[in-house]
Write a protein that binds this ligand. Structure first.
Ligand SMILES: CN1CCN(C(=O)c2ccc(Nc3nc(-c4cccc(NC(=O)c5ccc(C(C)(C)C)cc5)c4)cn4ccnc34)cc2)CC1
Length: 285
């Protein structure tokens, strides 16, 4: 640049690829809770943008693989997906920075608002449709979630619901979580082909989506109640499915049941599910 050039020196910002966030532009605020990777905090980015910051506890994630994948994840943009803004990967622990969702997980939201929600089937169905839209977008981009459940969806202002942590399961190092025999594996959201062969697909996400619908219409009950994981595996392989929640239209339960077809090819796609659920909402409400 010529000496009289007042613009910012050319190198500024280049040291950070567009998915790399400068930690000096982050202000960390209160703790939101902790998950598989450690503590999550609310923060401000560039002084004004509300963010959630996952601070990855050392040894919990295969970091280099994730940082590579982050470039792809930042390109996945949809109203019903929690937006990944970027990562701080130049020092440890690495930070994963996403948009902030002020009401926390869908599971806790359902449990906290059970009284007002049980009589509001329209809102419950709308929440399911929002998750379906986010999942249909991931399906269109051949992106598999691998751990879709109400605990991994988040609620923002005006009852907006977004899918979070899509694809992140691939980078968890804890084999109690990654192997289907492990104590932390989400057995109750897994179809037969995942229980038997860990064969994940958008159709295994559809099975999990059916369980998420059941979570929504029971306002956050635990699927299969207090059954042990080993008992659930046995029953699911025998074709047992979750019973119809009391406050749930039969048409809605019929959609859930299709998500639990034993064979993946017999389950609807998220694209078809979205059309069916919107159709049910128009007829019923
Ligand atoms: C009135 N209420 C008061 C209490 N309350 C809260 O404290 C509260 C408010 C907002 C919250 N928001 C967020 N919370 C989180 C959050 C908080 C704790 C843990 C986690 N989850 C994780 O750390 C996590 C989740 C899944 C996974 C795998 C890979 C296994 C799928 C790995 C790690 C997320 C992430 N977010 C991303 C965007 N917004 C949020 C979370 C909690 C909710 C509102």
């Amino acid at each position: 640049a010529s000496p009289c050039d007042r613009s910012v020196p050319a190198t500024a910002g280049l040291s950070h690829d567009k998915w790399e966030i400068d930690p000096q532009e982050l202000m960390l605020l209160e703790e939101l809770g902790s998950g598989q990777f450690g503590v999550v905090r609310r923060g401000k980015w560039r002084g004004s943008i509300d963010v959630a910051v996952k601070m990855m506890k050392e040894g919990t994630m295969s970091e280099d693989d994730f940082i590579e994948e982050a470039k792809v994840m930042t390109k996945l943009q949809h109203t019903n997906l929690v937006q990944l803004y970027g990562v701080c990967s130049k020092n440890r622990p690495i930070f994963i920075v996403t948009e902030y969702m002020r009401h926390g997980s869908l599971l806790n939201y359902l449990r906290r608002h059970e009284q007002s929600l049980t009589s509001n089937q329209g809102l419950l169905l709308d929440m399911c449709i929002q998750v379906c839209k986010g999942m249909a977008y991931l399906e269109r981009h051949n992106y598999i979630h691998r751990d879709l459940a109400a605990r991994n969806c988040l609620v923002g202002s005006e009852n907006i619901v977004k899918v979070a942590d899509f694809g992140l399961a691939r980078y968890v190092l804890d084999d109690q979580y990654t192997s289907s025999g492990g104590s932390k594996f989400p057995i109750k959201w897994a179809p037969p082909e995942v229980l038997n062969y860990t064969r994940f697909s958008s159709k295994s996400d559809v099975w999990a989506y059916g369980v998420l619908m059941w979570e929504v219409f029971t306002c956050g009950k635990m699927p299969y109640g207090r059954l042990k994981n080993s008992e659930v595996v046995e029953k699911v392989q025998k074709g047992l499915i979750l019973e119809k929640p009391k406050t749930c239209y039969k048409e809605v339960y019929d959609v859930m049941r299709k998500c639990w077809s034993q064979l993946p090819e017999n389950r609807p796609s998220f694209r078809v599910l979205k059309e069916q659920l919107i159709g049910v909402a128009q007829r019923l409400l």
